[in-house]
Structure formats: structure tokens, C-alpha cells
Design a binder for this molecule. Sequence first.
Ligand code: NAD
Ligand code: UFG
Length: 336
Amino acid sequence: MRILVTGGAGYIGSHTCVELLNSGHSVFIVDNFSNASVESIKRVEKITGKSVNYINADIRDEKALNELFKRHNFDAVIHFAGLKSVGESTEKPLMYYDNNVNGTRVLMSVMEKYKVNSLVFSSSATVYGDPDTVPISENFPLRTTNPYGQTKLVVEQMCQEVCSANDKISIVLLRYFNPVGAHHSGMIGEDPKGIPNNLMPFIAQVAVGKRAFLSIFGNDYNTPDGTGVRDYIHVVDLAKGHVKAIEKLHNKTGCHVFNLGTGRGYSVLDMVAAFSQVSGKKIPYQIKARRAGDIAQCYAKPDLAQQILDWRAEKTLKDMVNDSWHWQVNNPNGYE
Ligand code: NAD
Ligand code: UFG
């Protein structure tokens, strides 16, 4: 298939491009490089031995998208482009609604115009808010506590409504749990700008000596060791989930929703111990107050993806930590 990948230079997008190319698909990337570098695309080409076309454009730029869709005959779109920082979204909600919601609206209207009827969208487990129980199934109530999460919910709803209005359209909403790790080559990985918000890149920077210690946000949660529990999923497993979704469902009309997680939760202290073991480095940490908006535990019931997509996460916690460490050691300053 000829697949347009929005945000394909980013963390999850670049890994998905590798898996798409390895499965024989062709990819074209549109990215505004607001949180990525062209170097990641060059590395995708090196890993796969295949060339990747891209344009530097914003998905809100309707004219640029029109030109692109006019010139290429895409079979499907995988849509990663968006802003993803929960903290920043509470400070700049309008920027998040514009980029994530308006950007998706522009993209979908151009898809409609050029009759490209298949879309896979990056949603998030954040749409479940603070769940009443775990593991979390796709039919759990949806509620969210921050503007970032709200943009994901609004786009999900928009997709449902577009599918109701047009019976030729197929949309897959993939709700990711906590993506971590990197390609085993150590050539592509997560390259956060500034101080990382997320646990895994922060631990990696402590291990490599870039930061003095990890702040653990609360050890008084109702979890086995008191620290927050999450469903960490290797980014390559996640990427393969997209290949399955596009291959199995691009002709199946309607709106399909899947959790992409492992079904297993690990605590912050589990992650620290695993990273310390793999890297052979001590990870100094300090217990701090809970981070506003955090929840005690969040992990998936991943059975639906297994039944319908024939997909399940295969990589272990050790793989996730090994590959993060490999990427961090090879690229201490990211793609710079
Ligand atoms: P990322 O920031 O690495 O990738 C996003 C890419 O989109 C970047 O390359 C960025 O330059 C590009 N981009 C942003 N706005 C754009 C625009 N208006 N036009 C064109 N390009 C634009 O993030 P990621 O971790 O790869 O996340 C990809 C998607 O998955 C996002 O939609 C994110 O919300 C979602 N998601 C991520 C996580 C996570 O923890 N990483 C969890 C759940 C969902
Ligand atoms: N944590 C720390 N110290 C840190 C960073 C994180 O103790 O420096 C803890 C958090 O309190 C939490 C756990 O590590 O218990 C994981 O935190 P992350 O920030 O890595 O991930 P979150 O679960 O908070 O959020 C992530 C993404 C969201 C997405 C959500 C569900 O950042 O965008 O997963 O997919 F919505």
C-alpha cells in the first residue's frame, strides 16, 4: 500500500515507517519538524535500505495537503502528527486544540476530497482518565482531566461521526499505553527536547550522567510498592500494531477501537531496578510529591487487538530497557 504518514519523523512515526517499509509498503511522510529532525528519516532509510519521501509541511496547511494528495494516490493515512505534552497543554490549551483537533479536521477534509477512505489515528490511554478498575477494556467510560486528553477524545468522537456519515470510510483508533524503548539498531529512538516529562527518557538521562537524580512523583499510591504503575510497551511492538491495523482493516468500513498495551503493569521502582540492572549504573532517586493529574495505575486488557488484529506485544521489559539504553548510549544528545 502507498501510505501517507503524518508526524512520521517523530518517535512512534519513525519506528512505524521502518515496520511499514519492512512489510513492503511505501511511505510518504508529512511533518513540520516541530518536534523531530530530518535525521530520523535518514536513519529510517539506513535501517531499511529503502528511500523515503517527505515534505516539510504542517497538516493545518490545507493548500499543501491538497497539492500532496493531488500528486500522490494514497491508499491510506496513518496520523501521528500532534502535540503530546500534558503539562504544556494545560498552559496552552488553544495551541493543543488547534494543532491536534483542527489539524486532524483539515487532514480528514482533504482525505474526503481525494476519496482516501482509510485512516489510523494515534489515540491514547489518557482517554480513560482515572479508571475505576484495571485492566482497562475498550468499552470503559471515557473521561479525561487535561486539554491534551480532551483533544484525543474530541478527535475520536469526530472520527466516529465521520464514519456514521459516510459508509465508505474505515478508521482505526489505536489507544496507546506507555510507549518506550527504541529500535534494536540503536539508530532511532525517543529524542525529547529539554527536560524529559516521561519516566523512561528521564531514567536514561540519569543513567548516562546527564541528570543527577530521578524525582519519583509519590510513593503513597495504592499500588504494591506505592509508586505509579503503567503498561509500558516497546515502540517496535506498537509500530507493528499499526501495520496489522492497516493491513487487516483498511477495507473494513466503520470506526474500530483498540488498546495497544501489554496487559502488564510495572511500577516506577520496577523500572528503576530494571534500568539499573541493564545499564550497570546506579540510578539515584528522590521521592517527591505526587505530580498533579497522575493516577495510581493504568494497564490494558489487550485481548481485542489479539482477536481482531492478530497482534500482541512480544517484547519484554528487559528488551524495552536494553533498547532504550542502547539508543541513549549511542546518541547521548539525540539526533543532534
Ligand atoms: P513526536 O512528537 O515524537 O511525534 C509527533 C510528530 O508530529 C513530530 O515529528 C512533530 O514534528 C510532528 N508534528 C506535530 N504537529 C504537526 C503538525 N501540525 N503538522 C505536521 N507535523 C506535526 O510524538 P510521538 O511520541 O511519536 O507521538 C505520536 C502520536 O502518538 C501523537 O499524536 C501522540 O499524541 C500520540 N501518543 C503518544 C504517546 C507517547 O507517550 N509517546 C502516548 C499516546 C499517544
Ligand atoms: N514519573 C516519575 N518521575 C518522572 C516521570 C514520571 O516518577 O520524572 C512517574 C509518573 O508519576 C508515573 C510514571 O512515572 O507514575 C509514568 O509517567 P510518564 O510521564 O512516563 O507517563 P504517563 O503515564 O504519565 O503518561 C504517558 C504519556 C501521556 C499518555 C499516557 C497514556 O505522557 O501522554 O502515558 O498513554 F496519555
